[in-house]
Design a protein around this ligand. Structure first.
Ligand code: F0G
Length: 487
């Protein structure tokens, strides 16, 4: 059998397009509403794409979380699930999968990634302590600050540059890390957190070399090192394809090496494992014992942690499938395909193309909208309005206000068009690029948003906003002129 697992097929024509190494055998009917209907729907949803009913969404690019396509092996495994509260065979299978995958002995199940963060933060974060991370994630920061902790970020300047050639923008700036540790004092640091596939800066990976250096530094300073492996699949792909010296390492070897550098690893099983769940693995018994009792308290008994047995079975198989290069390549190659299409059309996107999704740069797309009027949120609403495509705001709206009530401006204003694994086709990708090209040509019409209902925490999930002025009506009129069918 030829080994085709490590290389991408090239087209004789020279075209650089992604080729699917799977076929669709179960499909879902989609609905594309007309632009007038879409205006009523986005208004009803408070201009927040989180509040759109999925029936009114054409292409759901909000997230990959829990919506990656599952394999036939995952569905088959769900049928074998052992339903019992305590001591389920399903749990032991999942535990063994996680142990084999990371090479860690201890495993705690939890219902999703943020549940792991809750357990982790509740155990290790005390008022006044600091967590240093390459870059924060919304729910991670939410839990740490909820407990009186502080978050410092240690990525380099390049990470926040949307136009870059740096293949590993998620890397720690080691000099900055050292300055932060010295200033705060190692005794005041709860842990250092490495986020694989750094979500909020555009799905940007962390190199193995940088991870090794961070681990060596933490060991020297006696700091606990925690790995958020939610986006490990994408990160692995980039290590394998971009990092010198890693081309010939197997994916299993890479995972084991990364894990060997960590004390604790947690993940959202909605991303890693393409199911719906989560878990925490620890190298040592002490960390396991410190967190263990919180699982029955917040999640469920130790042998299910809030997950259904069917999801645990799907997650076991999904985690094993992370070691299949074709499975993990699907998101990055489709993200790159969309990125290329958009770049060709002049639409500003984050480079290098990362994992997770294609990130449209709202700061350059609609520079006329001030950050206090949420350019990324406004652009996400405009994209739905003119295409039925649902993206996610990743900018100031996703930040928490400063203690004095002023806006905490995000260093980047991005709209993420997520690319769940094996879900969308190339023609759908082309549709997205086409509509964004149209919007970019009419970008002068797009205005800002203001809150009409602003939740105190994680406001991006449930907040409702309205447009400043009548820009949405004008945009709809312009769209109908060019696309008389309104579709
Ligand atoms: N860590 C990272 C890096 C994440 O991307 C997420 C979720 C979590 C933790 C929390 O996991 O959702 O299972 O509770 N990211 C999703 C997203 C929500 O859309 O990017 P969860």
């Amino acid at each position: 059998m030829s080994d085709h697992t490590n290389c991408q097929v090239t087209f004789f024509s020279g075209e650089n397009i992604p080729l699917e190494m799977h076929k669709a055998r179960m499909v879902q009917r989609l609905h594309l509403r007309g632009v007038d209907e879409r205006l009523a729907i986005i208004t009803q949803a408070g201009n927040n794409t989180f509040l759109l009913p999925n029936r009114d969404v054409f292409l759901d690019m909000l997230t990959d979380s829990g919506v990656n396509a599952m394999s036939e092996a995952q569905y088959a495994a769900m049928m074998l699930a052992d339903d019992s509260y305590a001591g389920s065979e399903t749990f032991y299978r999942l535990e063994k999968t996680v142990q084999d995958f990371f090479g860690f002995k201890y495993f705690l199940p939890a219902h999703q990634g943020r549940a792991c963060e809750n357990i982790l933060a509740t155990t290790y974060v005390k008022p006044g302590l600091t967590v240093i991370t390459n870059y924060h994630f919304t729910t991670t920061k939410g839990h740490i600050t909820r407990l009186g902790g502080k978050v410092l970020e240690a990525v380099g300047d390049e990470a926040l540059n949307p136009v870059s050639q740096n293949p590993f923008k998620g890397d720690f700036d080691l000099a900055l890390l050292d300055r932060q540790v010295t200033e705060v004092g190692p005794e005041n640091i709860a842990f250092v957190r490495v986020e694989a596939g750094t979500n909020l800066i555009g799905g940007q990976p962390v190199s193995l070399e940088n991870t090794r250096k961070v681990a060596a530094y933490c060991q020297k300073k006696g700091l606990k090192l925690v790995y958020d492996a939610s986006l490990l699949a994408d990160n692995l792909y980039f290590i394998k394809t971009r990092e010198k010296g890693c081309e010939n390492k197997s994916l299993a070897e890479l995972v084991r090496e990364i894990a060997s550098l960590m004390d604790i690893i947690y993940f959202s099983g909605r991303k890693l494992g393409c199911a719906r769940g989560g878990g925490i693995a620890t190298k040592g018994e002490e960390d396991f014992m410190r967190m263990r009792d919180l699982v029955p308290m917040f999640e469920g008994f130790l042998t299910y942690g809030g997950m259904s047995v069917r999801e645990m079975e799907a997650m076991s198989v999904g985690i094993q499938e992370t070691l299949d290069f074709h499975v993990i390549s699907q998101t990055p190659i489709f993200v790159a395909a969309l990125g290329e299409e958009l770049t060709k059309k002049g639409v500003p996107v984050v480079t290098p193309y990362g994992g997770l999704g294609c990130h449209v740069d709202a700061s350059r797309f609609i520079p006329q909208v001030p950050q206090d009027q949420y350019p990324a949120g406004a652009l996400a609403a405009a994209i739905y309005l003119i295409s039925g495509v649902r993206g996610m705001e990743r900018g100031t709206l996703s930040e928490q206000r400063n203690p004095d009530g002023s806006e905490h401006h995000s260093p980047m204003e991005l709209v993420r068009l997520a690319m769940p694994k094996r879900v969308f086709t190339l023609s759908q990708v082309k549709y997205v690029a086409d509509r964004l090209e149209w919007l970019y040509k009419r970008r002068d019409l797009v205005g800002g948003l203001v809150f009409i209902d602003e939740p105190k925490t994680l406001r991006f999930f449930l907040g409702r906003l309205k447009p400043v002025g009548d820009w949405q009506e004008k945009l709809v009129a312009a769209f109908k002129k060019d696309m008389p069918s309104g579709l």
